[in-house]
Design a binder for this molecule. Structure first.
Ligand SMILES: Cc1cc2nc3c(=O)[nH]c(=O)nc-3n(C[C@H](O)[C@H](O)[C@H](O)COP(=O)(O)O)c2cc1C
Length: 169
């Protein structure tokens, strides 16, 4: 196939055919204020050493903070945490207002009720076009099988259920 001109909107639509989970990635800024951003770009990289990645839009308010942060936490949201996802997908000063959280590794905010948590030391930050690719070394993690993960696919929130073709007759 020959190279094609990329229409950004159509390109995003094509990418949305790949379902992801939803995370809120958190850190502290230089003044110790909590910072968080909803991100579906989270993915695994390496088991030994344990590395994960996510990417942040260079135009995001928090991009420069994550570029220089020593630590960050990846809160993997459960399927009842759409309001949390929506809150941190906004741009604003008050994202943490009335939001329960506790400080984890490096003080990074950890939310109750998540499906999984990865507490990371920043391993490296790479240029990725209009995004920064942030790779973290996992220093601690937890997960629970009692909470189903929130899914994002085709531009909407979704839930993960067993495929009907696998249902036991
Ligand atoms: C489901 C979902 C996934 C998102 N994934 C990302 C992502 O991976 N990287 C990113 O930079 N922004 C992502 N966003 C958009 C950011 O959450 C949004 O731009 C946010 O306002 C950034 O916050 P900030 O400007 O305060 O840093 C996503 C939004 C939603 C709703």
């Amino acid at each position: 196939m020959s190279e094609q001109t990329i229409d950004p909107r159509n390109f995003r639509r094509a990418l949305s055919q790949f379902p992801t989970g939803v995370t809120v990635v958190t850190t502290l800024d230089a003044a110790g204020q909590p910072i968080g951003v909803t991100a579906s770009s989270f993915n695994s990289v390496s088991v030994d050493p344990p590395l994960i990645l996510w990417s942040v839009d260079k135009r995001a308010f928090s991009a420069e903070i994550f570029r220089t942060a020593a630590h960050f936490a990846v809160n993997v949201l459960a399927d009842d945490q759409i309001p949390l996802s929506n809150r941190f997908a906004g741009r604003g000063e008050d994202k943490f207002k009335d939001m329960p959280w506790t400080p984890g590794l490096g003080g990074c905010p950890v939310f109750p009720g998540v499906a999984a948590l990865f507490e990371c030391r920043t391993w490296n930050v790479y240029d990725g076009g209009d995004h920064l690719i942030v790779v973290g070394e996992v220093a601690a993690y937890t997960h629970t099988c009692e909470r189903a993960p929130l899914v994002f696919a085709q531009g909407s929130y979704a839930v993960a259920t067993t495929h009907p073709a696998l249902a036991v007759a």
